[in-house]
Design a protein around this ligand. Sequence first.
Ligand SMILES: CC(C)(COP(=O)(O)OP(=O)(O)OC[C@H]1O[C@@H](n2cnc3c(N)ncnc32)[C@H](O)[C@@H]1OP(=O)(O)O)[C@@H](O)C(=O)NCCC(=O)NCCS
Length: 286
Amino acid sequence: MSIVPLSTADLPQAVELSASAHWNQNADDWQMMLALGEGYGIHAADEQGVQRLAASIVLLPYGGRFAWVSMVLVWPTFQRRGLASTLLRHALSQLASRGMAAVLDATPAGYDVYVHEGFKPTWGFARYRRERAAGALVVEAAPVTCPLRDAHWSDIEAIDALAFGASRLPLLRTLAARWPAAARVVEQCGRVRGAMWGRTGREAHQIGPLLADDLPAAQALISHALSAEAGPIYLDLLDERRAALLPWLERQGFVLQRPFTRMVWGADNAPGDTRRIWAAAGPEFG
Ligand SMILES: CC(C)(COP(=O)(O)OP(=O)(O)OC[C@H]1O[C@@H](n2cnc3c(N)ncnc32)[C@H](O)[C@@H]1OP(=O)(O)O)[C@@H](O)C(=O)NCCC(=O)NCCS
């Protein structure tokens, strides 16, 4: 079974593959990832003898120091045959030849595969889901938010690069167009003190990344997105923000889904500085 680069021709099967693991990515997510990075896959004949995308991996280079590893997926009937490890080793050898580290957000199912390949755990976060809007939003005294405008991008790039550990402007600009109602900022005296993005998904909208100086700014940004969308919403809350934000999120109807662990390979620590991060962009983007 050979490893081949993924192209837009693989999109329908790539969406089937992520849906087989009950993941939320839609064709726009896969398209974004293939545009911003590089995807690899293994095709194989399934139980009916039909050739299908049996396994995938995506590398998203963020600057020259590290790449994000995402979409490590194996079709259920091909699991435990070494496909994920094969793709991971291929990806890591590419990164090693470029002198780059690898960073990813592991599900509990993927954790052992990554430890096996030398990844180390760093901090964690957990996914929460609000099923649908019910009743009035509980909003405490919150600052005003405004739509993200061109003038905000230089501030935002600096804040995000510090928090995330590399500039990811192309990703953030694409997200701003994916769910415009969620792409907002909190400003004070002309300075951005909070910014948030979101996107549509296969079965729910997703909030994130969310960067804010303080709790009121974070709540104000989330509130706006919650009032704009009545359907299911995911938010990936950092463990270190749980005590501050979770009680309020629970009052909005959010319920725990599953934990994730940020893991690194070829570096000692996760890049960036988490002090301003409230919600991650999601395991596929960081
Ligand atoms: C996690 C996943 C990618 C593993 O793919 P895979 O091709 O089955 O993994 P491999 O066969 O390469 O496994 C390599 C090693 O990882 C460990 N491993 C893999 N799956 C495991 C599981 N379900 N439980 C415990 N250990 C597991 C084992 O040590 C395994 O080696 P072994 O089979 O020799 O014991 C696959 O189960 C999957 O797609 N799951 C759903 C999506 C997901 O959670 N992806 C991870 C994203 S972070």
